[in-house]
Design a protein around this ligand. Structure first.
Ligand code: HEC
Length: 126
């Protein structure tokens, strides 16, 4: 009985930290300016990189007509569908994430900015 109470207390204590990890879409829109040189997220139009419409939940390396790197093509099956954690891992260091050369050389090192830009991409899907 006492144990349950302790556990409940712990969960209440942890919950706000989880919520905090959720990014801010408004800030993320600004962060997305860094991605804009190579990506659009509101039009299905490829630039240097593939468009990012519906990226959350979309299969990796799946935009038709876009020429992905060999590494991305080889790894796409393993990645499966992009979710927040996978995107965050990838944009931290695409080369490291794919375990080989990616056509995306850009890295977004700041964790907060990654969370924000992902929140922005998520907000577009609504
Ligand atoms: C300098 C150009 C460039 C910038 C800047 C850039 N990317 Fe990319 N991105 C690419 C390229 C090129 C690819 C294709 C990678 C490959 O084929 O290896 C890619 C692929 C991706 C993918 C995988 C898409 C798919 O269809 O599987 C995601 C997700 C992504 N980028 C997100 C971002 C985000 C978010 C940002 C900004 C924080 C960003 N990128 C900034 C060039 C860029």
């Amino acid at each position: 009985m006492k144990m349950k109470l302790v556990l409940a207390g712990l969960m209440i204590a942890i919950a706000p930290t989880i919520a905090f990890a959720e990014g801010d879409a408004v800030k993320g829109k600004k962060v997305f300016k860094k991605c804009k040189a190579c990506h659009t997220a509101d039009k299905e139009k490829n630039k240097v990189g593939p468009h990012l419409v519906g990226i959350i939940g979309r299969a990796a390396g799946s935009v038709e007509g876009y020429k992905y790197s060999k590494t991305m093509k080889a790894k796409a099956g393993e990645i499966g569908n992009w979710d927040e954690a996978k995107i965050s891992g990838y944009i931290t260091n695409p080369k490291k994430y794919l375990g080989g050369k990616s056509k995306m050389t850009f890295k977004l090192k700041k964790e907060g900015q990654r969370a924000d830009v992902i929140a922005y991409l998520k907000s577009l899907a609504k």
